[in-house]
Design a protein around this ligand. Structure first.
Ligand SMILES: Cc1cc2nc3c(=O)[nH]c(=O)nc-3n(C[C@H](O)[C@H](O)[C@H](O)COP(=O)(O)OP(=O)(O)OC[C@H]3O[C@@H](n4cnc5c(N)ncnc54)[C@H](O)[C@@H]3O)c2cc1C
Length: 438
């Protein structure tokens, strides 16, 4: 079966992945003389930095998603297919997808990264990752569902299992989730669950290294720890989770924590598509690329964003896996395709670090700009502004802005709904038994 896209005189660029990198590239090339095919397993772009707010019932999923088709209404050289890409046949220059075969002249791999459980299948089965909006929703349902169950659980230890939460990984995601949960425990849960003693809810954040927010400045790491401690999060440094059976978390030093919820934010691994030579794959399951984003060892195949590993003088171990790298690489690659078509010389990619930031709670954030590092209330407003600006779609910006103002003024999120997905005809107990508590 073929994916059914018209064969024309135009060279065909197939982009796999409509994330920050793939979507930016498709938008930049939409005005070109190439035929663009954008393939993603979802029909929307996901704004991953705000997943945690969906998981904490602060935002509706639709406000951080953007329909891929909407971007290309005016372009008849762009084709979108919602399909899973399952393989690459290099010799035939074709992709295998769940909708059939798709030929390419140039292939761009922008598939991002997935959760890394470091080979621990037990943890993969029991812990909750947050690498897609579905997983964020699943987490929201699980948290709210467990509080409902806790109300009717009289045994103290059992109840603790339902209300306590362990977050693994002290990077931006772990820190933001921990802070948001602590704010929820302080401002929201006492109103929703007056029968629960919310001071009994323990939130643990486990980080294997001696500091939080490893890629950021020392000042940011220290402040993040201080802010979280003030919010009552139990931060455990220099220790790692070695197993989790769904009820007890076992740490490297032998200690145990009882919790039915472990949020796994401890690492990522490249989302590879089978079919590329082994020699093209390097650390973290990423594809080795040169400064033009060409995958080493193969022709007409490019990679960008989280899946790509590119070394620069300033980044001898590759770029950080963040949105700005994906966006900047996509812009440069689009430019190079246009230069190539015009017979001009292509330009090497150079990453321009615009800074990094993380929010911890209400009026608590840390910001590292290239020449200025600051923390606290002003940093929080900067974080809000930057994220609002970055979300795709005016409607989304407005909805997120209204939600944030509302939450700020009334200390309340209005979205604490348990909307079951997957198997609505099943009874709640069956769903929980299957580990499908969403
Ligand atoms: C919870 C969280 C918070 C984050 N916060 C920040 C932040 O604050 N700031 C920041 O800069 N970065 C942040 N990041 C990282 C940032 O989101 C990534 O660096 C960025 O998304 C990478 O862009 P990308 O285009 O490479 O991949 P992605 O944006 O991940 O897009 C990959 C796309 O490929 C699709 N795909 C993958 N495999 C297939 C396949 N086989 N077939 C079809 N489609 C496929 C996926 O559906 C997805 O749409 C965060 C990430 C997460 C998970």
């Amino acid at each position: 079966m073929k994916i059914n896209i018209p064969e024309t005189d135009q060279e065909r660029i197939v982009i796999v992945g409509g994330g920050f990198g793939g979507l930016t590239l498709a938008r930049k090339l939409a005005k070109s003389n190439y035929q663009i095919v954008l393939i993603d397993r979802n029909n929307f772009h996901q704004f991953q930095p705000l997943f945690y707010q969906v998981a904490m019932a602060g935002l509706e999923p639709s406000s951080i998603l953007f329909p891929l088709r909407k971007t290309f209404h005016r372009y008849d050289n762009v084709y979108i297919r919602v399909a899973e890409v399952t393989g690459i046949k290099l010799a035939e220059k074709r992709l295998e997808t769940s909708l059939g075969i798709c030929n390419f002249d140039h292939l761009i791999i922008a598939t991002g990264a997935d959760t890394n459980f470091f080979g621990n299948q037990q943890i993969a089965d029991k812990a909750i990752p947050m690498k897609s909006v579905s997983e964020a929703l699943f987490l929201r349902n699980t948290i709210l569902n467990d509080y409902e169950i806790a109300l009717s659980t009289t045994d103290f230890d059992d109840r603790q299992g339902y209300i306590d939460i362990v977050i693994v990984g002290g990077g931006p995601t772990g820190v933001e989730v921990a802070g948001a949960l602590a704010e929820m425990r302080k401002n929201v849960l006492p109103k929703d669950y007056p029968e629960l003693d919310c001071s009994e809810i323990d939130i643990y954040l486990v980080q294997s290294s001696p500091q939080l927010l490893k890629g950021m400045s020392e000042a940011a790491s220290e402040k993040a720890l201080e802010f979280l401690t003030e919010l009552g999060v139990k931060v455990i440094l220099n220790n790692r989770v070695v197993s989790y059976d769904g009820e007890f978390v076992e740490m490297k030093d032998g200690s145990r924590i009882q919790s039915r919820k472990v949020i796994w934010a401890a690492g990522i691994t490249g989302s590879l598509i089978p079919g590329l030579p082994e020699g093209s794959v390097t650390y973290g399951n990423r594809l080795k690329v040169n400064r033009y984003n060409e995958v080493e060892g193969v022709d007409n195949v490019y990679a960008l964003g989280d899946i790509a590993y590119m070394e620069e003088e300033e980044y001898p171990q590759g770029h950080p896996q963040v949105a700005q790298v994906a966006i900047q690489q996509a812009k440069q690659l689009a430019d190079n395709f246009k230069k190539r078509a015009a017979g001009k010389e292509m330009k090497e990619f150079s990453y321009r670090d615009l800074g990094s930031m993380a929010t911890i709670g209400r009026r608590l954030a840390v910001v590292d700009l290239p020449n200025w590092k600051f923390q606290g209330t002003f940093a929080w407003f900067v974080w809000l502004f930057v994220h609002l600006f970055a979300i795709l779609g005016s409607r989304n910006k407005l909805v997120v802005f209204i939600n944030w103002v509302w939450n700020y003024l009334f200390y309340d999120q209005s979205l604490r709904l348990i909307i079951r997905t997957g198997a609505p005809w099943k009874k709640m107990d069956d769903v929980i038994d299957e580990g499908e508590r969403g």
